[in-house]
Design a protein around this ligand. Structure first.
Ligand code: ZN
Length: 101
């Protein structure tokens, strides 16, 4: 039987999702998802957890320097609170790793 963490990693191999989407998919709290992601990040030898940075939907500012796993509250440039949360995915070896835009 697959562990929950394994199932999360399999989903993220197929598509990039944000915390909310993962939480909904597995019926968990976002905090729990975050915990699993942190473990995935540490324990994955053969795969890479990629976090696409959060960005401001108003001006397009990208939160590249920010802690990778959390969603920022507001944009430092335009003060908008419409922030698109970071999305997570897993790249497997052999696949070409695409850099974040
Ligand atoms: Zn902005």
């Amino acid at each position: 039987m697959l562990t929950l963490r394994k199932r999360i990693s399999e989903v993220l191999e197929r598509e990039a999702l944000d915390l909310k989407e993962i939480a909904k998919l597995f019926g968990m709290r976002e905090r729990e998802v975050l915990d699993h992601l942190k473990h995935l990040e540490k324990s994955s030898h053969s795969q890479h957890l990629i976090a696409e940075p959060a960005y401001c939907m108003a001006c397009g500012f990208s939160f590249k320097k920010r802690t990778r796993l959390n969603t920022p509250g507001r944009c430092p440039i335009c003060k908008s609170e419409q922030i698109s949360p970071p999305r997570f995915k897993i790249d497997l070896p052999g696949k070409k790793i695409k850099a974040s835009p």
